[in-house]
Design a protein around this ligand. Structure first.
Ligand SMILES: Nc1ncnc2c1ncn2[C@@H]1O[C@H](COP(=O)(O)OP(=O)(O)OP(=O)(O)O)[C@@H](O)[C@H]1O
Ligand SMILES: O=c1ccn([C@@H]2O[C@H](COP(=O)(O)O)[C@@H](O)[C@H]2O)c(=O)[nH]1
Length: 237
């Protein structure tokens, strides 16, 4: 049974986490695990929209650092998110769920062009709306795309599923003594420059009063457990 206060949600799935134990690409066991969690949420009455990152395949900054055109690099990064979204949509359908892949880059043979109107319709009809291609613009990230889509689709909350189980006072990957927050305000996360998500995403969420839950994608129960107050996450609000 879906919670009344958090019924329509957007989940940002980290591209990097989709690689599982590998450093590149998609680990099918992990993909199926994530898809299974999304199907369960949808079948339990939640309206679920998805944005997927591309870090397991390509990040525009990495080519720009080598001297290539950043805009071309970012287009390549956005295409990487389309690949991940197609894989996730397919995994959801194989598990009996109903998913429709949208894209902010126009590619009619591959995905439906994203409009908030069509994506909302998919959600209202019980389908999972997967939003690929980021914002469609270079110099952004899929975190910002996730906040933007969550606002456009009138979601009650944004869940950022990643490799860590919340927001810490320093990057826990490089600081073993970092302390985790159960809750933190938008302004504090921005003023401390805590880099679990980019600042544009936090600012957009703050300006639209969109709560964000940062959680570890590989923890059993996932989003459903967090909504029921049983799972670990940091609430940014
Ligand atoms: N203060 C912090 N609290 C928590 N995590 C942090 C913090 N600062 C940096 N991080 C790092 O941020 C990472 C998550 O952000 P990142 O944008 O790199 O990944 P992602 O969005 O999950 O991946 P992708 O770009 O592939 O979708 C975590 O794995 C963590 O190591
Ligand atoms: O709106 C957007 C979103 C993404 N990009 C590019 O795609 C890659 C992958 O996204 P991540 O958020 O890093 O996973 C990103 O590095 C950008 O190059 C974009 O240009 N615009």
């Amino acid at each position: 049974m879906a919670s009344q206060s958090l019924k329509r949600i957007l989940i940002k799935v980290s591209g990097e986490a989709l690689a599982g134990d590998e450093s590149f690409g998609i680990e099918s066991r992990f993909l199926d695990e994530v898809a299974g969690q999304l199907v369960d949420l949808s079948q339990n009455g939640y309206e679920v929209a998805i944005v997927v990152g591309g870090g397991n395949i390509f990040r525009g900054m990495s080519v720009a650092a080598g001297g290539a055109d950043r805009v071309v690099g970012d287009h390549m990064g956005m295409l990487a998110t389309v690949i991940n979204c197609l894989a996730l949509g397919d995994a959801i359908r194989r598990l009996g769920g109903n998913a429709r892949v949208f894209s902010n880059l126009v590619m009619p043979d591959v995905a439906d062009h994203f409009t908030a109107r069509e994506a909302r319709k998919t959600l209202e009809e019980g389908g999972i709306a997967i939003c690929s291609g980021g914002t469609g613009n270079p110099f952004f990230t899929t975190d910002t795309a996730a906040a933007l889509k969550a606002v456009e689709l009138e979601c009650d909350a944004l869940f950022k599923g990643t490799k860590v189980d919340g927001v810490y006072d320093a990057d826990p990957a490089t600081n073993p003594d970092a302390k985790r927050f159960d809750e933190i305000s938008y302004d504090e996360v921005i003023s401390r420059d805590l880099k679990v998500m980019d600042m544009a995403a936090f600012a957009l969420a703050r300006d639209n009063k969109l709560p964000i839950f940062v959680y570890a994608l590989d923890v059993a129960g996932g989003v459903q457990a967090i909504i029921e107050g049983k799972g670990l996450s940091t609430r940014v609000g």
